[in-house]
Ligand binder design. Structure first.
Ligand code: NAD
Ligand code: WQD
Length: 341
């Protein structure tokens, strides 16, 4: 298929693009490069030997999007573009509501005009808020205990897409609720390139291993978890890429929702230990206060994706740590160009 991938220069988008290019799909990327670099796309082209049609464009630019649809006639869309920092969204709620919600509205408006109604949307485990039970199935309630505007944008966009599909049964939509994406492509050529000091655990640990920070801060060791530290469901970004392709190939009328995770709970200390194995040395850490808004534990039941999409995560935490370390050590300054280039 010819797929329009919004946000395709970003961390997850570049891995989705790689997966699609290497499995015979044609990829068109729309990205405003607000949190990414053109180099990521060039690296995907280098790895796959395929050409990617790239448009530097804000998804809220409906006129520009129409032009891309007119010129390139995509058959389906994977919509990843958006802002994703939880803390920043608390400080700048309007920026988050404007960017994430208006980008999604603009994309679906233009899709509808061009009779393109196959859509995969990158949602998040954050829509579950405070988990009712673990592991989380897709039936778990959403929208209770969401603690930040970023999370609400995902919840609202899911609702908009469900309303849209209810209004017209030609829409074929898949909502993928990612758990915690980590790792990088095994080549070490593409990976996560956070701006400033990383908020997320794995890129911070990688930067400590690279000597960019003195020590890891473990946010709390008194949770009700096996070792007292926070527990998450870390999914290798290459497995996540494959999940998009599986969802694309199984689209059907209406809205389908899938958890995209491993189902395996992993603690902060287990991540640190996995990274120590990968980089071959001990990594200093100190225990700090719990981080505001953090959950003790969240992980999914991934069975629905396995039974309906024939997809499951194959890569281990050890592989994620090795791949993340390879990317970090081969690219100590990330893509090395300021974002927006
Ligand atoms: P990222 O910031 O690396 O990628 C997002 C991309 O979207 C960037 O390349 C950015 O330049 C682009 N972008 C932002 N606003 C845009 C706009 N208005 N128009 C066009 N392009 C725009 O983030 P990521 O980690 O790759 O996340 C991709 C998607 O997955 C996001 O929607 C994010 O909310 C979602 N998600 C991420 C995680 C995670 O932990 N990384 C977890 C769950 C869901
Ligand atoms: C993981 C664990 C921390 C950093 C966030 C978003 C979520 C989703 C994924 C987009 C927790 C602990 C972290 C550090 C630490 N994004 N930690 N020291 O918070 O599960 O999820 O990213 O949708 O919406 O909230 O991920 O990587 O920040 O934290 O101890 O320096 O690591 O307390 O237990 P989180 P994370």
């Amino acid at each position: 298929m010819r797929i329009l991938l919004t946000g395709g220069a970003g961390y997850i988008g570049s891995h989705v693009a790689l997966d699609l290019c290497s499995t015979g799909h044609e990829v068109i990327i729309v990205d405003n490069l607000s949190n990414s670099s053109r180099t990521a796309i060039e690296r995907v082209e280098e790895i796959t030997g395929k050409t990617i049609d790239f448009h530097q464009l804000d998804c809220r630019d409906t006129v520009g999007l129409r032009h891309v649809f007119h010129q390139r006639a995509p058959e389906g869309v994977i919509h990843l573009a958006g802002l994703k920092s939880v803390g920043e969204s608390v400080a700048q709620p309007l920026t988050y509501y404007d960017t994430n919600i208006n980008a999604a509205l603009s994309v679906i408006e233009v899709m509808d005009e061009f009779d393109v109604r196959k859509l995969i949307f990158s949602s998040s485990a954050t829509v579950y808020g405070d988990p009712e039970f673990l592991p989380l199935t897709e039936q778990a309630r959403t929208g209770v205990g969401i603690s930040n505007p970023y999370g609400w944008t995902k919840f609202f966009i899911e609702q908009i897409l469900m309303d849209l599909a209810a209004s017209n049964n030609l829409w074929e939509i898949s909502l993928l609720r990612y758990f915690n994406p980590v790792g990088a492509h095994e080549s070490g050529l593409i990976g996560e390139d956070p701006t400033g000091i990383p908020n997320n655990l794995m890129p911070f640990v990688a930067q400590v291993a690279a000597g960019r920070h003195d020590q890891i801060k473990v946010f709390g060791d008194d949770y009700d978890t096996p070792d007292g530290t926070g527990v998450r469901d870390y999914i290798h970004v290459m497995d996540l890429g494959a999940a998009h392709r599986a969802a694309l190939e199984h689209l059907r009328p209406g809205v389908d929702i899938y958890n995209v995770g491993t189902g395996t709970p992993v603690s902060v200390l287990e991540i640190i230990s996995g990274f120590e194995q990968a980089c071959g040395r001990a990594l200093p850490y100190t225990i700090k206060e719990r981080r505001a808004g953090d959950l003790a534990s969240t992980y999914c039941c991934p069975d629905k994706a396995e039974s309906e999409l024939n997809w499951k995560a194959h890569r281990t935490i050890a592989e994620a740590c090795q791949d993340s370390w390879r990317w970090q050590s081969m690219n100590p300054d990330g893509y090395g160009t300021p974002q927006g280039n």
